[in-house]
Design a protein around this ligand. Structure first.
Ligand code: FMN
Length: 186
């Protein structure tokens, strides 16, 4: 016999998915999702060697833009070269900023309204230059010192500024799976 979970709404009423949702109202600024569908961040591992979005990356996000979800969160983008988990991961620094501007512009050419966030990350012990805030037995990760933490913090702040300068609407943090943002409170 099929088991059912009681829901506080009519699950057959798909019209609810098409209704808008105000995500943020602050200082005269409003971000609204035009519907209840969101693209989760999902790495495509197709960045150029310097971490800039490649033509393949652009094509993926143009397709997402055309899809018209109410909210779109760009995949995990590293804030330092050594903080990348893979060589093909996106990296946002002054050096790759122009390419990210082109990515946002290409998105906006197809979709002017979907709030576009960018997920920022440092892969910590899983990074290409592995680091950890605590000692890991048998691991390769270098133990982070106070000065390192300050530099990582600055890298996140710099990347966050670049996200807005490139024309995107906000940031998200990838702080799961033992990556640096999750390892720090642990
Ligand atoms: C290929 C792939 C890449 C992913 N990349 C990211 C990522 O960059 N950031 C993130 O937070 N989650 C990432 N995820 C996790 C997904 O966003 C999602 O949370 C996860 O797949 C669970 O959702 P699902 O049950 O609908 O698949 C990725 C998942 C897959 C399969």
């Amino acid at each position: 016999m099929p088991r059912t979970i009681p829901l506080a709404y009519d699950a057959d009423d798909l019209a609810a998915l098409a209704s808008p949702l105000v995500l943020l109202e602050s200082a005269g600024h409003t971000l609204t999702a035009s519907n209840r569908i969101a693209y989760q961040p999902m790495e495509g591992n197709d960045a150029e060697a310097d971490g800039a979005p490649s033509p393949a990356t652009l094509a993926r996000y143009e397709a997402r833009a055309a899809g018209g979800a109410g909210l779109d969160i760009v995949e995990a983008v590293a804030v330092t070269p050594g903080g990348r988990a893979r060589a093909s991961q996106l990296l946002l620094t002054d050096a790759t900023r122009a390419a990210f501007e082109r990515l946002v512009a290409a998105y906006r050419a197809k979709n002017a309204s979907t709030p576009l966030l960018v997920q920022l990350t440092h892969s910590g012990r899983f990074a290409r230059e592995p680091v950890s805030p605590y000692a890991i037995e048998d691991g390769e990760a270098r133990l982070l010192q106070d000065g390192d933490l300050e530099r990582v913090r600055e890298a996140f702040v710099r990347a966050a500024r670049l996200v807005f300068e490139c024309g995107a609407d906000g940031i998200d943090f990838k702080h799961c799976h033992g990556y640096l943002g999750g390892a720090l409170p642990a």
